[in-house]
Design a protein around this ligand. Structure first.
Ligand SMILES: [Ca+2]
Ligand SMILES: [Ca+2]
Ligand SMILES: [Ca+2]
Length: 177
């Protein structure tokens, strides 16, 4: 596993611990889903329902695969094992990526404007500067939009244990000065 993958997973753990308890629980994912849905002002009910379902499936997969001591919480040590076995999470991450990117494209034209992207990523908890740097790295067009496909593959890369020097690393906040 690459150090970058470890750093990315560590950041995700801290963000998904939405209530700051130091462990992941079903409640964290409900809280996070609520925040993200609230940020998707222009999305329709179907897209919001798909996102909520994706968060719940994400939690169910984590709980099934990583809760070694079966206390219905995922602590940091349990969570970090996920980056070692991406084959157990690929499908869930894929559905999560599709649902999140769909929320970024409420008008369905396949393009995501920067303010929509920023609102969703802020709701998840990423830093504004890092979000903007990531958006730039995705190569926005002249109208400052990226494609849904670019974001979906960016999310999948983020979870890849072998990914290094990828745009998602910009979210970790270790950018050169
Ligand atoms: Ca928590
Ligand atoms: Ca546990
Ligand atoms: Ca759009």
């Amino acid at each position: 596993m690459r150090n970058e993958a470890f750093d990315r997973a560590t950041l995700i753990f801290s963000l998904f611990d939405a209530d700051g308890s130091g462990r992941l629980t079903a409640g964290d994912f409900e809280l996070m889903a609520e925040r993200v849905i609230d940020a998707a002002a222009d999305s329709d009910a179907a897209a919001k329902s798909a996102m909520i379902a994706a968060f719940r499936k994400y939690w169910a997969t984590l709980a099934a695969e990583l809760d070694s001591n079966q206390d219905e919480e995922i602590d940091y040590d349990e969570f970090i094992a996920c980056v070692l076995s991406p084959e157990r999470f690929g499908e869930t991450v894929g559905e999560f990526a599709d649902a999140l990117a769909a929320l970024g494209d409420p008008d369905g034209d396949g393009l995501i404007e920067r303010p929509v992207f920023t609102a969703l990523m802020t709701a998840i908890g990423f830093e504004t500067d890092n979000i903007n740097t990531l958006f730039d790295a995705f190569g926005p067009d002249d109208a400052d939009r990226i494609t849904v496909a670019t974001w979906v593959s960016g999310i999948k890369d983020y979870y890849s244990p072998d990914g290094a020097d990828i745009p998602g690393d910009l979210l970790v906040g270790k950018q050169p000065a």
